[in-house]
Design a protein around this ligand. Sequence first.
Ligand code: SF4
Length: 341
Amino acid sequence: MSTPFLSVRDLRVHFSTEDGVVKAVDGLSFDVQKGRTLGIVGESGSGKSVTNLAILGLHDREHTTIEGEIELEGKELLAASERELEHLRGNKMSMIFQDALASLSPYHTVGRQISEAYRKHTGASKKEARARAVEMLRRVGIPQPDMRVDDYPHQFSGGMRQRAMIAMALVCDPELLIADEPTTALDVTVQAQIMDLLKDLQQETGTSIIFITHDLGVIADIADDVLVMYGGRCVESGTKQEVLRTPEHPYTWGLLGSMPSLDSPVDVPLVPIPGTPPSLLNPPTGCCFHPRCTYTDSVPGERCTTVVPPLELENGRGAACHLDDGQRARFSADLAGSRPH
Ligand code: SF4
């Protein structure tokens, strides 16, 4: 495989709190290839968003300790100054958040916010930047962009605001786009339109995307590669086909079992994963998933509760679990047989 566009190695993001150290991300490694979409999936508190704030250098520096390596085209970001990061954010990488209303200023027109972002990073004139804002609004499918450019965010619908935020994130043609649950607050139709828009823009520009979600259905739609996070670690990774067709980790099996399918018969019940996500202040010993796992009896001795399972990857594929290959294949096949397709 070619040199990755983004490479993250042994990333640890820890917060100091009054109650102790929260290990929000604890030894995470992954790559994002040029022009591909990495889907990061997991429940809230699994470390997905924290990872991406660290990549962008937007974490709270006062209370956060970060270790490891984050390289963007060979440039080490953790050693970069705030000024360098500011330059990279916008030019090389940008982010779309879940809540467009909170991310857009209510006091300025949509067009001004897009054009200011453009001017800041390119030094373009006001006239050029306005023309660029209109062009971006057209690209993201806002009707009558030359008129709507002068609207305020509250005059846009939720779906249009999300499009406007995508326009703002893409105005400087970033090479890495981080989308953090960008469609969660939207209805299913608008969600599908936004996903199509991101796919089209990626085809046009070759942007690499990190798409963060709690929803494997969204991953199935948009991702090329998948990273499943649990308790601040990667528990499974592979291509979308590998992870969705032959999942190897009990947590991924649980996520798939709790996911509705369009063609499921109505009488097939969804099975939620029992229990709650782990405390990152006092994480469980051994495998972080063991309090919720129904396969611990299949592993000899007390290994699930005492030994952290390593993640050994072969060509980016693997799962962190003590079950042996034969057991994983058997359990995975049994579950696939019981799941509606
Ligand atoms: Fe379950 Fe043990 Fe595998 Fe963890 S290591 S996922 S507890 S079987």
